[in-house]
Write a protein that binds this ligand. Structure first.
Ligand code: ZN
Length: 142
């Protein structure tokens, strides 16, 4: 395996089928980034850029991705951070940490979903809730 220590961002319209090692492809249109696992195993790692998943920050052409990349479903079990185009290798996850990570991913996704739902329901949904609340208060009065 050929671990790399740096990655180069490339803005693309859509993520190509075959990725070059050492390049992180960023599609703003599809709000996704993808790169080959930095250990050299060839696993394509897709990181959706949306609430509850990954956040991409750019500064002077250098990208950072939060949270870390954990390639625990593939054999290599790589774990690293992408910070300012550098790969910071982190210790591999233990099975216990993997489970904890999955749970917190799930929670974050759930939270993002709840927020979206609240926003999309909008005015009429909230009005309905208010009327229902009033009605219940009214009924409880008697
Ligand atoms: Zn790997």
């Amino acid at each position: 395996m050929n671990r790399i220590d740096a990655i180069r961002p490339e803005l693309v319209e859509r993520i190509p089928k075959v990725l070059d090692n050492g390049v992180i492809y960023i599609s703003l249109k599809f709000r996704t980034a993808a790169h080959n696992c930095c250990c050299g195993c060839g696993t394509k790692i897709v990181t959706p850029l949306k609430p509850g998943r990954w956040r991409l920050e750019t500064e002077d052409g250098a990208v950072s991705l939060t949270p870390s990349i954990g390639n625990w479903s593939a054999g290599c079990q790589s774990h690293y951070w992408i910070r300012d185009n550098r790969i910071e290798w982190a210790p591999a996850f233990t099975p216990k940490q993997i489970a904890a990570n999955r749970a917190s991913d799930q929670r974050a996704r759930q939270q993002a979903h709840t927020e979206r739902y609240r926003r999309e329901r909008g005015f009429w949904g909230r009005l309905w809730d208010a009327i229902k609340g009033l009605w219940q208060a009214f009924m409880n009065w008697f």
